[in-house]
Design a binder for this molecule. Sequence first.
Ligand code: NAP
Length: 343
Amino acid sequence: MKYVTFGPTGLTVSQFCLGAWHVPGTGAKDRFGIEEVDKEAFAKVVKRAYDLGINFIDGANRYHGRMSTADLDHVGNTERILGQILKGYDRESLVIATKVRGPMAPWPNGQGLSRKHIMWQIRESLRRLEVDYVDLYQIHWEDPVTPKLETLRTLNNLIDRGFVRYIGESNHSAADAVEFMERARALDLEGFVSMQEPYNLLERQKEFETIPVAKKCGMAVMAYVPLAQGVLTGKYLGVTEKGSRATYEPGMAGQYLNTDVSSAVNTLKGIAGEKGCTIAQLALSWMIHKQEQLGITIVPILGITKLSHLEDNVGALDVKLSGDEMARLEEVAATAKMGKQSY
Ligand SMILES: NC(=O)c1ccc[n+]([C@@H]2O[C@H](COP(=O)([O-])OP(=O)(O)OC[C@H]3O[C@@H](n4cnc5c(N)ncnc54)[C@H](OP(=O)(O)O)[C@@H]3O)[C@@H](O)[C@H]2O)c1
């Protein structure tokens, strides 16, 4: 495994983070008709990732494990299962990230970035994860109501009280990210050490929006959907596999499943063939090389539902790309026109 320093911190994290949004499913449905998480298979994924040197895990209070947008009957599920799994590991060998913001209860203050909601949810996340602290506590998306200073002071309080080691943000506009960071600096508060953004070879708009803020402020970028939810593996070029994400997340088709994207991915398949690697490895290697070009830390968050995918993706560390090859990949990917964002 390759390790990187996490943005402006002294924290060392693996080049890949293991995501907990979609994890292995059993195929069986719960009483609400939602597929159940396969706890044993998920535990095997965590174990293999750990054995491969991945020390960084990303979750969120809302995640269920088999739903893109979990409803109130299913929130908290992934954290609870992770808590059971992680009991078997030395806590200090792990860097655990989670998030707060989304709806967790139907009542007023059941969501948001207010002091009341955050103070409630950190306790709940620690209880579900069965840990004393989380390493990275991220605000999942913006809360237009709560004053930024209230959120920032609350998060700093969690650091002071030892519940949280570092704080990060996700899905905020560049202007909001800058405002948070300027307020933190002006008041000598801890600012965000990372931003979590959708970023992959096909979806590069963040390079022109928020990534410049990350660079200016020295934040690490945690790249979510690094394989465009599986599209950048070539798995949707042929017959769609039973149980794959596009079969239960209808929004994916409108975003990625069109002839432009297929044609670009098909060309990437040819390039991968020339390099002797898989399309997934090519796309992840591009991102690892991109962090050097952009001069920032980028940690792709891998969504793993099968052990073989994990082995495949980590192999990206052995794929070397020249500047010309990087440019060629970007040229091919730029021909893929996508629909509305589905996550
Ligand atoms: N901050 C946010 O708002 C936000 C939003 C979304 C995600 N995230 C984070 O980002 C993480 C990753 O997101 P993601 O799961 O969408 O990532 P992704 O890597 O783009 O997609 C993962 C999916 O791609 C397929 N896949 C992965 N490797 C493969 C391989 N080698 N061969 C064939 N198929 C492969 C699998 O699909 P199948 O399951 O269909 O086989 C897998 O579920 C999440 O777990 C979460 O931690 C954060």
